[in-house]
Ligand binder design. Sequence first.
Ligand code: PAF
Length: 253
Amino acid sequence: MTQVITSIHDWVLTWHRELGDKSIGFVPTMGALHAGHQSLIDYSRKDNDITVVSLFVNPTQFNDKNDFERYPRNDEKDISLLGQWGVDYIFMPVYHELYPDNYTYKVSESSFSTQMEGASRPGHFDGVLTVVMKLLNIIHPDRSYFGEKDFQQYSLISKMCEAFFMPIEIIMCPTVRDQDGLALSSRNALLTEEERKRAPLFHELLRSSLKAEEIVKKLNESGFRVDYVVDYENRRFGAVYLGNTRLIDNVQR
Ligand code: PAF
């Protein structure tokens, strides 16, 4: 049966100790779960004896208070889905326990984190790296799973673990897409019906052979507000707004 844990103390001193030398896979999430999360959980369940999923909408990674408030939340539904998906433990920490310092201490990276998502959302990756470091230190997994859709996040977390000698395998799992190509994201729930119909064009253009500037032009003409389309190493990254909803995606080239 799936166990819900809210206290860090209970996890560290009771539940984690009882697991002995069983291997632990960890999937951190901000809830509003979809088939993309389910796929991360499936990978974790295949590789490990035990799978832990965290549900925590992390305020420190939102540079915009309205975005934090609008972020979709549905704890009851998420807990029920995680039970159906065979998760062993759900970790739902509360802010004051996870941030006893009220975010006076943070983890920063000063190079890749300043580009793309970091350039558009100042402080975003400080919040992500800090919360992931805390969660990894609490859960103590053997492996942790992240989606390729957030490639920049995956890469920064993977290199953070190397930089701080954290003995955790950081595993990237392929982006899960709807049939029309739209990458699954909790934010898709915020799209209107009409925006949802237009959204797949974003991925279609990213994977096309057009130059980045041409893609920006076409997206603007189709009613998207483009934040960036950037070629970096062997990938093309993009971020756009449809109405108030921000979508990101990337493709390997
Ligand atoms: O990708 C997310 O949902 C979040 O950035 C994460 C990794 C759970 C940290 O809050």
